[in-house]
Write a protein that binds this ligand. Structure first.
Ligand code: GTR
Length: 331
């Protein structure tokens, strides 16, 4: 089934379910609300498990009045589609990477900038604190209420023909990136040609040679089965871009204030659960792709890091973003 058609069908199905019905104006408590949340990853993936955990907390804390149903495995389309549906109020929540938000909310691109976060701890402290809050607030005028950030490990290159240990190896290769202008510029800086594609199209693009490679963390490399068609994984670790869980402002505004707070709190409280699942899966995924024939090699990270200034020059131009980057570096 063509992607767009299946997405529209899912959206119609959800509308038909009468999303707005349980929210009764004037009531202090929402009654019998099921929040629909989208994810591109399969059941069991740490992001899906994080949102399910949030749902369990919410259900307990509201005596079953508010629940979450997770539509995993791209049932509601790729990330751009689910973001759009969330902004429009067709679905209530979506878990996406920060990258598909970059063109809409420039503050989010800061979180994906190459070699900005020093390590996972630095990323977590930044995103869980005032800087993450500021980035989240910037989503509000676009009808998105940022609830929390999840881990996505480090992204590295994987390629079909030979490993991308250095920028020279990568030169001229067509590399799939997420749909973000900043990510396109990052590939240009590394000497590659960027091909922006939705996640769901990457496997066949790799298989047919439409692209020479892509980049992602181990859990995605495994679960999307990209390791079957691009076997050379080089540890460039060029970005620690985190995930974001966002609720549509329309759905959020329909909830009474106390329930809004319960939603925010449950999201925050789901983060440690997600991160534990993440750590487990990152190690498992690495072992599984190796067992499946992937060749993991070290890369010359310094050589890649030396090339990123043009990305900063192009995208961190205004004062607001410059200050964010400075504060992140100083943290
Ligand atoms: C994954 C991320 C997804 C999506 C995907 C991609 O690591 O969890 O949200 O961004 O990468 O590359 O499209």
């Amino acid at each position: 089934m063509p992607r767009i058609e299946s997405t529209r069908r899912a959206a119609l199905m959800l509308c038909g379910a009468g999303l707005a019905a349980p929210f009764i104006a004037g009531r202090a408590q929402a009654q019998g609300v099921t929040l629909r949340s989208a994810d591109v990853h399969p059941d069991g993936y740490p992001t899906v498990e994080g949102v399910k955990h949030m749902g369990r907390l919410l259900q307990e804390r509201t005596s079953g009045r508010i629940r979450i149903q997770v539509f995993h495995s791209r049932q509601l389309g790729d990330e751009k589609d689910s973001l759009e549906q969330t902004r429009l109020g067709v679905i209530d929540m979506t878990r996406v990477n920060t990258a598909p938000l970059n063109n809409l909310v420039p503050e989010t691109l800061v979180a994906g900038l190459p070699f900005l976060f020093r390590d996972t701890g630095h990323m977590q402290r930044t995103m869980d604190g005032p800087i993450g809050e500021e980035i989240g607030r910037a989503c509000l005028p676009h009808n998105l209420v940022a609830l929390c950030y999840y881990d996505a490990g480090a992204r590295s290159f994987y390629t079909r023909a030979k490993p991308a240990r250095t920028p020279d190896d990568l030169r001229g290769m067509k590399i799939r990136v997420q749909q973000s202008d900043m990510w396109v510029a990052m590939m240009r800086a590394f000497g590659a040609n960027a091909t922006p594609l939705p996640y769901g199209e990457v496997y066949s693009a790799l298989q047919t040679g439409v692209v020479d490679g892509a980049e992602n963390n181990f859990p995605s490399y495994l679960t999307a089965r990209h390791f079957e068609v691009a076997k050379h994984y080089a540890m460039t670790e060029h970005s620690l871009t985190p995930e974001i869980l966002a609720m549509g402002k329309r759905s959020f505004d329909r909830l009474p204030r106390a329930d809004q707070e319960a939603v925010r709190q449950a999201a925050r409280d789901s983060v440690p659960h997600m991160r534990e699942a993440w750590v487990r899966m990152e190690g498992d995924a690495r072992r599984q792709v190796e067992a499946g024939g992937a060749q993991i090699v070290d890369a010359d990270k310094q050589a890649f890091a030396k090339l990123v200034q043009p990305v900063y020059d192009q995208f961190v131009r205004d004062d607001r973003l410059r200050k964010l980057v400075e504060r992140i570096r100083a943290a």
